[in-house]
Design a protein around this ligand. Sequence first.
Ligand code: FE2
Ligand code: FE2
Length: 281
Amino acid sequence: MRVESIANAAIPGRSIRIAAIGDLHVHNEIPGHLVAALRNLEGQADLLVITGDLTEGGKIPEMRLTSDLLADLGMPKIAVLGNHDRRGLRRREMRLVLERAGVALLDGESHTMTFDNGVRLGFAGIGGYGGGFWPEEVPDLVSARISKAVALRARRESVRLEAALQSLAGESTDANLVVMHYSPTVTTLGNEPPLKYWMLGNSLLGKVIDNHQVDLVLHGHAHLGNYEAQTLGGIPVRNVAAHVTGKPMIFDIHAGGTIVDIGNGESLLAGPVASSPRKAS
Ligand SMILES: [Fe+2]
Ligand SMILES: [Fe+2]
């Protein structure tokens, strides 16, 4: 586990600053506080990660509205789709809209980025699915009611995550991050009702993550969840749903792989910002 608290942030050397947020749920307009929070990242973050539910209904006009804002941000962007985005069936067009705004959409895919200070990061991105966390993490409450279709889709998503992580295994990176919408663990579900756990993620995803060299997992979807936890295997997990965090959360990833969780960035406002956007390849 290599995520450290801000108290230990004085680490010399090269680093990349990531901002992460999920669950924007954009419909007719983008809430002003989200616009401000995202625009504030300009000049502060080197990369923006969006953990799904960019839109409320998965409609192309909603995705265009979101993408217009994202396009204005002068940094690379990585996103996965959430269940609300998946309500729309025009996935290819959705992907194109995002790509035109400089957003790399990861759907069971891996992606590496080398920044011009030499820091190289690996990402595996997937929407994920529900299914539940029993018997590994919680007692079996409702599994008998889970349909075979849910179980099959959960299994399929875990297989796709496995493939994405395997393709990262041969890469030489400073750190590997998993970006997903659903949760890989019950430990970030906070105040979500246990009867809803099966809709919020599954343990198969956590097991896959624990079998690979992963340094940080970012997810959303659990609006009533908590921010900070870990997989059963101890890999740090952060639920960056906007309903939980209020604004993008900031991480500094240092050459060599140490990750410093800066939190919501309020501490950055007190002094000069050391980071500036760097072009990624
Ligand atoms: Fe959501
Ligand atoms: Fe969601």
